[in-house]
Design a protein around this ligand. Structure first.
Ligand SMILES: Nc1ncnc2c1ncn2[C@@H]1O[C@H](COP(=O)(O)OP(=O)(O)O)[C@@H](O)[C@H]1O
Ligand SMILES: N[C@@H](CCC(=O)OP(=O)(O)O)C(=O)O
Length: 370
């Protein structure tokens, strides 16, 4: 059997009841299924929601709070309860969980991003089961992942997972929300996710879930762009995750076989970096970057905006619009002096030790993971 790296995301609706309590039976079933996946030799990372849903009742809220401070306070209480339950239940299978709470900054700062990768990899190598959630108690609304569906997609890209399994309270994507439309038909397989499919999917059907199918489809689109296949659905009993991996899951499979994994530096540039400036390039440079897999040389740049340092990420604009983003090997001051000049001129002038402005390995085309 081929060992796979699998990210399993469990939604609030699959872990808690509407009264604001953890449903211990549901949680135990997920734990057993994860344990079976581990026993069969696979690596597993869990992205578990449910902190707010498991905590709000203990704070005296009648339902899931809507204010930021209410959600953050509920998450502080609920996250500890959740992890306590996980530790207890996983110990029956001799599995040791590790709690990892991430914020948007852990992805947007490149050193933190690299560090998150190193830590997760170290945990997996030592046989630990990472249980990841957003650090809700300190995240502010403008700086969140949106929801845990997106977090699970970003995590699955970060660790180069083979599969992302999104467990929820419905057996996959339907052509309309089946809670409102009894005629809705289930979709078993989708080779790709388009923006139209994301727009057509509906919101949450429960009082504890957030985002609904729309956010799962957005997450699936992101995961596919990072080379990770996706399953959205549910299942029963301890073999449910093994069945899903074997292609017998009750849900929707998304993505073709043999997707290309994207390096961490390209993922970071594409999805997490902040753009520090713009380079305007000519037709020849556009051709080199978009069609010939080449690096960007000074000769193709004719104008620029912004003030940036070596190592920052800039946007590159061609004659027909945005071409992509890349990490620059020179500061904006240096580029001002070298843009438009051919490499031979620069060598003669001894202006530069190297002549590439953006190396092709640190370049990401617009709307593409690679
Ligand atoms: N086209 C659709 N197909 C399936 N489910 C849909 C669709 N549109 C909306 N939904 C809703 O999405 C819900 C699952 O999302 P959500 O409530 O956020 O769960 P979770 O807590 O697992 O993230 C389903 O219960 C369903 O009501
Ligand atoms: N981080 C939040 C989860 C938010 C969320 O995305 O929930 P869900 O839609 O149930 O996956 C929590 O633990 O309550």
């Amino acid at each position: 059997m081929e060992k796979k790296r699998i990210v399993v995301k469990i939604g609030s609706s699959s872990l808690t009841n509407t009264k604001g309590q953890i449903d211990q039976e549901k949680l135990a079933e997920h734990v057993e299924a994860v344990a079976m996946l581990r026993e069969s030799g696979h690596e597993v990372l869990l992205v578990s929601s449910g902190a707010v849903a498991a905590g709000f009742a203990r704070l005296g809220y009648p339902s899931r709070p809507i204010t930021l401070k209410g959600k953050q306070a509920a998450a502080a209480v609920g996250q500890s309860l959740l992890v306590q339950s996980y530790i207890e239940k996983f110990s029956q299978f001799n599995l040791i969980p590790a709690q990892i709470l991430l914020t948007r900054n852990d992805f947007s700062k490149q050193d933190r991003y690299k560090n998150a990768y190193a830590t997760l990899t170290e945990l997996l190598e030592r046989g630990i089961l990472p249980i990841i959630n957003e650090n809700d108690t300190v995240s502010v609304e403008e700086l969140t992942f949106g929801d845990n569906d997106m977090l699970s997609a970003l995590v699955s890209g970060l660790v180069h997972a083979d599969h992302l399994i999104i467990l929820t309270d419905i057996n996959g994507l339907y052509d309309a929300n089946p809670r409102n439309n009894p005629e809705a038909k289930k979709i078993d397989y989708l080779p790709e996710v388009t923006d139209e499919m994301v727009a057509a999917a509906g919101g949450s059907g429960s009082k504890v879930g957030t985002g609904g199918m729309k956010s799962k489809m957005m997450a699936a689109k992101t995961a596919l762009s990072l080379g990770v296949q996706v399953f959205i659905g549910l299942g029963n009993g301890p073999r449910k995750l093994i069945n899903i991996i074997n292609g017998d899951g009750d849900g929707t499979y998304i993505g073709k076989d043999g997707l290309t994994a994207i390096t961490n530096s390209r993922q970071w540039i594409a999805l997490h970096s902040e753009v520090a400036g713009t380079l305007y390039v000519d037709k020849g440079a556009e051709e080199a970057l978009l069609h010939n897999g080449k690096s960007l040389l000074p000769a193709g740049i004719f104008d620029m905006d912004g003030s940036f340092q070596k190592g920052d990420v800039v946007e590159v604009v061609g004659p027909n619009g945005v071409l992509g983003k890349g990490e620059v090997l020179f500061s904006s001051d240096d580029i001002k002096n070298i843009m438009g000049k051919r490499s031979e001129e620069l060598v003669e002038e001894e202006t530069l030790p190297a002549k590439v402005v953006i190396h092709r390995n640190k370049w990401v085309k617009h709307n593409r993971g690679n």
